[in-house]
Design a protein around this ligand. Structure first.
Ligand code: IMP
Ligand code: MG
Length: 176
């Protein structure tokens, strides 16, 4: 069977440089208050750990498991919580840390769930944004990179659970 091929879109170095900028911006935007980083598993875990270290103030870290995709390349439209937060976000400034915003279905659902827990504020930081794919409008306050409508893997992003540990973000081209 022919193999899919990988093409580097964003190098590890580019990613790290941009994360430093995002961290600086977030540090300036949140001079006080409880900043609660909510990492959306599993794709955002690499981004979370680098971003958290680029933010020069106290943060809390928590994880939320969401599944919406199954094994395919496009959304099933169904979202479910597979792992909930360990701590309360009431009164905190929540920053949802996401790997990529595609249709917006996942984040729309998650914002709705978390708003009921009365955070003081809630914003989204996403490493990647594919605005051309949006089905639901979501405001992404901090975007690492806008990318074209291509399926990407690496730096946390997977295809059927593969490629997450690549240091670069790569487009996954079909065989042939
Ligand atoms: P949305 O609900 O369509 O915005 O989907 C967001 C989720 O879909 C992301 O958190 C990813 O897990 C996954 N996803 C969307 N686009 C890609 C991609 O190009 N590569 C890998 N995963 C993706
Ligand atoms: Mg994800």
């Amino acid at each position: 069977m022919a193999e899919s091929s990988l093409r580097v879109l964003l190098s590890a170095q580019q990613i790290q440089a941009r994360i430093q900028e995002l961290g600086q911006q977030i540090t300036e935007d949140y001079p006080s208050g409880n900043l609660h980083l909510v990492c959306i598993l599993k794709g955002a875990c690499f981004f979370l750990t680098d971003l958290a270290r680029a933010i020069r103030r106290d943060v809390r870290i928590d994880f939320m498991g969401i599944s919406s995709y199954g094994k395919g390349k496009s959304t099933s439209g169904e979202v479910k919580v597979t792992k909930d937060l360990d701590t309360s976000v009431e009164g905190s400034d929540v920053l949802l840390v996401e790997d990529i915003v595609d249709s917006g279905v996942t984040l729309t659902y998650l914002m709705h769930v978390l708003e009921q827990r009365k955070p003081r504020s809630m914003r989204i930081v996403a490493l990647l944004d594919k605005p051309s794919r949006r089905l639901r409008p979501v405001k992404v306050s901090y975007v690492g990179f806008e990318i074209p409508d291509e399926f990407v893997v690496g730096y946390g992003l997977d295809f059927a659970e593969k490629y997450r540990n690549l240091p670069d973000v790569c487009a996954l081209d079909p065989p042939g």
